[in-house]
Design a protein around this ligand. Structure first.
Ligand code: NDP
Length: 328
């Protein structure tokens, strides 16, 4: 077996952290040949709760879990890290303006970017889950000039998985029959789940659905607002499915996407599909040998174009706002 991989998880005592850590320890993040050493970061008030979770992790007697360390200092937490899962963020509270939210998150993601720049391993891969995820990733990336920009990614895999599940349900097929679905843009209500380039058992998915009203009035809003639907039903936000998506995102990045398929990831734009360079926006990506490439050459119809432009427009506004605040 290989040497343990260092995995840093921030917000480790939160809901998503609780659902995530046990699956990492069991080998589902990187694969069954790869031992992991967990480095948990929390704010000082939550360190005790993270210590409690660490006791439970110990009680799992996970063969692949090589150690657990807990920190309240990002510099220490990201020392030698190979995979960084940035889950902890400042939630929007009542009366909080968007600018306040972005500023509060700047106070978290700027020092974390600096710490990753200073101490992470050369092969570090970063996934931002904490919202607003795309812009938090942009802030962290801006403060890590020595880390290749493409290592900073934001999670849209939960949106991707939700869209695959809803499409499979509509067509009465298995989720494994759906391929090449794409989430474009921001992880927010403006995100655009694209079925025009997707396939169902090899057939074009939009043609198989053949129902534009369903697409516009049910599918897209349902996927985009699924988080609210879960809160309404469960009385708490979607934590296990978010953790599951984080596992899927990193697993595929490290181990590759299946032949003939792709996944959605928020990644720094290279200008593809008219998305301004440097913005962290969701794209269809193929992963291979530990890196990814944005899928090129897809046809974007007028409907898709206007939806993508709207979501990318929101990302531009968020970038402008954090630029004004001096955070990027
Ligand atoms: P959760 O674990 O439920 O959520 C954490 C973050 O993930 C939030 O920003 C949340 O965004 C986001 N998120 C992204 N996708 C989803 C999704 N599908 N469903 C739900 N959330 C999603 O939050 P908790 O409050 O339980 O825990 C947060 C922890 O982070 C706390 O323990 C806190 O102490 C810690 N923290 C740690 C920091 C650090 O390590 N430096 C900094 C700040 C906080 P949204 O708010 O939009 O739901």
């Amino acid at each position: 077996t290989q040497a343990p991989v260092n995995v840093t998880v921030t917000g480790a005592a939160g809901q998503i952290g609780y659902a995530l850590l046990f699956r990492i320890a069991s080998g589902q993040l990187l694969g069954q040949d790869t031992p992991v050493r967990l480095r948990l970061l929390e704010i000082p008030q939550a360190v005790k709760a993270a210590e409690g979770t660490a006791l439970e992790l110990e009680d799992g007697a996970f063969p692949l879990l090589a150690g657990i360390d807990i920190f309240d200092d990002p510099k220490q937490a990201f020392e030698g890290t190979n995979v960084a899962l940035l889950v902890g963020a400042r939630p929007r509270t009542k009366g909080m303006e968007r600018g306040d939210l972005l500023e509060a998150n700047g106070g978290i993601f700027k020092p974390q970017g600096e710490a990753i720049n200073a101490g992470a391993a050369d092969d570090v891969k970063v996934l931002v889950v904490g919202n607003p995820a795309n812009t938090n990733a942009l802030i962290a990336k801006a403060h890590a000039p020595d880390v290749p920009a493409e290592r900073f990614t934001a999670m849209t895999r939960l949106d991707h998985n939700r869209a695959v599940a809803q499409l499979a349900k509509k067509l009465g097929v298995a989720v494994t029959d759906i391929r090449k679905l794409t989430i474009w843009g921001n992880h927010s209500a403006t995100q655009y789940p694209d079925i025009f380039n997707a396939e169902v058992k090899g057939q074009n998915a939009a043609e198989a659905v053949n129902d534009q009203a369903w697409l516009e009035n049910e599918f897209i809003p349902r996927v985009a607002k699924r988080g609210a639907e879960i809160i309404e039903a469960r009385g708490a936000s979607s934590a296990a499915s978010a953790a599951n998506a984080a596992i899927d995102h990193v697993y595929d990045w490290v181990n590759g996407t299946p032949e003939g398929d792709w996944v959605s990831m928020g990644v720094p734009s290279d200008g593809s599909y008219g998305v301004p360079e440097g913005l962290i926006s969701s794209f269809p990506v193929v992963c291979k040998n530990g890196s990814y490439e944005i899928v090129q050459g897809l046809e974007i119809n007028d409907f898709s174009r206007s939806r993508i432009d709207a979501s990318v427009g929101e990302l531009v506004e968020e970038r402008d706002a954090v630029t004004k605040l001096g955070l990027v």
